[in-house]
Design a protein around this ligand. Structure first.
Ligand SMILES: [Fe+2]
Length: 284
């Protein structure tokens, strides 16, 4: 009986351990001629990570990324932006930074939304609203494009020329016709079908928070917004057609006061690299 109790206590303690994790993926493509490293910051929800956000900034620094990509819900929809400002001051200007909105930025009202977007701009973070850029980083040349969260329609007045999710998606696809490896950034993973139909090579998303509660090897998430119970895209790497989607489990530690379970907040590192060429037959 005592042994059962001890084992249950150890299982619970392991599940509630919530130190920042670094999760790594490698995606290879013949379209790439050199490797590059992307640091993916997702669903921070203005969570504080120590004084000056230094533990998170140091974790990113240690990975020596070529680019930092924010996949939405960097802010909360409340007026609580100081941790984000500290993070952006620590990152902006040191690395090229790209951002797409999540639903929470779009739920901030016009005034709050504009204040958050101004903070991004002041710190040199580029907002991808149906835009695509060709970047050279780490010796690699590739595209980075992205779309606003579909809830951007709630702040369309503040956004000015918002022409809708579908139009943004089409603009990114048109930009990607240059044939380079394309990194596509959007907040919601459950729309994988729409992204993959456009033929993007790598899709980066967040939003699902890892389904908040997991049992590794048995259950990859209990609930995610937009997907409901036992979400298919709670976190990890997924293939659809010729596209690879990586879903970050995000950085917010507790949602609505509920702790995560076997679901540590994570900084995602994605190495993109040239496809390894198979040796020709007979080559020693
Ligand atoms: Fe979200």
């Amino acid at each position: 009986m005592v042994i059962v109790f001890v084992l249950l206590a150890l299982f619970a303690a392991g599940g509630l351990y919530s130190a920042l994790a670094v999760r790594r993926y490698t995606v290879r493509s013949e379209k790439l001629s050199a490797p590059a490293r992307l640091a993916v910051v997702s669903d921070l929800h203005a969570q504080r990570y120590g004084s000056g956000m230094r533990p998170l900034i140091r974790a990113i620094e240690a990975e020596k990324p070529d680019l930092v990509i924010f996949t939405g819900d960097l802010f909360s929809n409340f007026d609580h932006d100081a941790p984000v400002e500290e993070l952006l001051r620590g990152l902006g200007g040191r690395w090229p930074c790209y951002y797409v909105t999540g639903n929470h930025e779009c739920w901030s009202g016009d005034e709050g939304f504009l204040r958050k977007m101004a903070m991004l701009e002041e710190n040199g973070v580029k907002k991808l609203s149906g835009a695509l850029e060709t970047v050279t980083a780490g010796g690699a040349r590739f595209n980075v494009g992205g779309v606003d969260d579909p809830d951007a329609k709630r702040v369309c007045c503040a956004m000015g020329g918002y022409d809708g999710f579908a139009a943004q998606l089409d603009r990114v696809r048109e930009g990607a016709e240059n044939g380079l490896f394309t990194v596509f950034v959007a907040h919601r993973p459950e729309m994988i079908g729409e992204y993959a139909a456009k033929g993007f090579d790598l899709i980066l998303c967040g939003h699902a928070h890892g389904g908040q509660w997991r049992i590794p090897g048995l259950l990859n998430g209990v609930f995610a917004p937009g997907q409901g119970l036992f979400p298919r895209y709670a976190g990890g790497l997924y293939e659809r057609g010729g596209s690879t989607m990586i879903v970050s489990r995000g950085l917010l530690q507790c949602a609505r006061g509920l702790p995560r379970f076997y679901n540590r907040p994570e900084l995602v590192i994605v190495d993109i690299a040239p496809e390894k060429k198979e040796r020709e037959k007979g080559t020693p």
